[in-house]
Design a protein around this ligand. Sequence first.
Ligand code: GTP
Ligand code: MG
Length: 195
Amino acid sequence: LFAGEVTFVKGVVAMSGLPDADRPEVCFAGRSNVGKSSLINALTGRKALARASNTPGRTQEINYFDLGGQTFLVDLPGYGYANAPLPKVEKWQALLKQYLSGRATLRRAFVLIDARHGIKPVDEEIMALLDSSAVTFQCVLTKADKVKAAERDKMLAQVRTRLATHAAAFPEIVLTSSEKGDGIATLRAIIATLE
Ligand code: GTP
Ligand code: MG
């Protein structure tokens, strides 16, 4: 699947702008700055396909990428704090929630958690929304290169415990580094099975 061509399809600002639901898709959700866009770049092997930056609130639209004409990869705006005007943030957060609870072809939501910070109350809120919408989700710990082994194991244990309380959670946690490449092949393999 990842051997095929990858192209930007469109940026969506309202549910009415979503592309035709004619193929499976997976999305990347998480707090602002957690590394969603960087992960899409690492998965596709394209450095600047999705725009990443150190400013929380970089991605402000639902960005669709086409993978080999078979699957959509969906880069979402972040939730939680963002360095952007409040009305704008509120608008994209509302859209995000509509999307996560109302997209029939969404096969899995990857919920990204910073390996340094663990699961926060805003993450719990999103996971509860996914539970109630019956959207299977899987946690991805990001920025693995920034934590020592002991801290990483502590976070894995925290996430495992929290996931046990969520009905829609897929139990396997993937540890990734978009910088160093950890977990990228694993995640590609998981996405390839979701067609
Ligand atoms: P928003 O679009 O603002 O919600 O952020 P995002 O979740 O898309 O994060 P983005 O990919 O833009 O990355 C945020 C910052 O984290 C950037 O400065 C990235 O370079 C950095 N970053 C992302 N992934 C990693 C990683 O695996 N390791 C390290 N060290 N830095 C990372
Ligand atoms: Mg982004």
